[in-house]
Design a protein around this ligand. Structure first.
Ligand code: F6P
Length: 323
């Protein structure tokens, strides 16, 4: 291996830049050539490729977003698209690839690696924390902190007006942000796709809270068809319990931005270094993961399995602590 290409793909996540920096500099340190690929797989297809030197990644560790830009490419999902991408890689003499992204991006990497015989190493870059085989993902901690700060602010106004707030957070089909966001903010409940919650159960919880002299309530809702989102849930509660003054806030893309936390910068840096180590060791088609603070290599097929366990006990913790 002489040249490592690097790209970010799918939804951006804070800490991606720290990862780009770590991969680039570890690779340069070890004598590899490095090529930055812009706009994810789309850029690989269109040949948006630039030789990276150490200066290309100066002053980026603290930045949210991704300097390489990102995209979700439909064309790369076709065999012709992937062939075109591979031909561009050959023309640029890229013989190994580091892909930073979420499950869709790593599923693409798995397919690409199966068709053409060269090493791809993935880094888990997503605020959703929904990749299996790793305790956490790059961007998750920052998003959780953003949620915490936003909910703290909403709590002030919720208390002043004695209102019930439904706050919707991201996570695609996973409830990690909602569940741990609720723990971090002392919310009354977390509604997540992994655990069914009836409107009646929720209302009872809220009613109990109000009865016990609580002047406001905060419920975190994970976006997803299963939960119905904050809007859907609020409508149902309002219809059945018109006595509540209900408000809804959808936090939206604010959760994807901002300067990465120390935890995300450290994680991204360690994982970035491990990605290059993996290539040196001859690993291929694996995602770098972290378990009990140890870096590990997880086969793509395991990482993208939709079965990451969520700590169900925390729902009970939230309930108990909201008395
Ligand atoms: O996967 C990251 C994520 O932010 C999800 O939480 C969310 O469902 C989705 O991306 C939003 O995607 P887009 O930026 O395309 O609206």
């Amino acid at each position: 291996i002489n040249c490592i290409g690097i790209l970010t793909s799918g939804g951006d996540a804070p800490g991606m830049n720290a990862a780009i920096r770590a991969v680039t500099r570890t690779a340069l340190y070890n004598g590899f050539e490095v090529k930055g690929i812009y706009h994810g797989y789309r850029g690989l297809l269109n040949g948006e490729i630039e030789t990276f030197r150490t200066e290309n990644v100066s002053n980026i560790i603290q930045l949210g977003g991704t300097i390489l830009k990102t995209a979700r490419s439909k064309e790369f999902q076709t065999p012709e698209g992937r062939r075109q991408a591979f031909e561009n890689m050959q023309r640029e003499h890229i013989d190994a690839l580091v892909v930073i992204g979420g499950d869709g991006s790593l599923a693409g990497a798995r397919e690409f690696a199966a068709e053409f015989n060269f090493p791809i190493v993935g880094l888990p870059g997503t605020i959703d924390n929904d990749l299996s085989g790793t305790d956490t993902t790059i961007g998750y901690d920052t998003a959780l902190n953003t949620i915490m700060e936003a909910v703290d602010k909403i709590r002030d106004t919720a208390m002043s007006h004695e209102r019930l707030f439904f706050i919707e957070v991201m996570g695609r089909n996973a409830g990690f942000l909602a569940l741990n966001g609720a723990i971090a903010t002392g919310a009354e409940a977390a509604i997540i796709p992994e655990i069914a919650t009836e409107v009646d159960q929720l209302a009872e919880l809220i009613q109990n809270g109000f009865r016990k002299s609580k002047s406001s309530s905060i419920v975190l809702v994970a976006e997803s068809e299963v939960t119905g989102g904050a809007m859907g849930l609020a409508e149902r509660v309002k219809q059945e319990y018109p006595e509540y003054e209900v408000r809804v806030t959808i936090l939206g893309h604010i959760q994807r931005g901002g300067s990465p936390t120390a935890a995300d910068r450290i994680l991204a840096t360690r994982m970035g270094e491990a990605a290059v180590d993996a290539i040196i060791e001859g690993q291929r088609n694996v995602m770098v993961g972290i378990q009990d603070d140890k870096l590990i290599y997880v086969p793509f097929s395991k990482a993208i399995r939709d079965d990451k366990p969520i700590n169900r006990d925390l729902i009970q913790t939230i309930k108990m602590l909201s008395i």
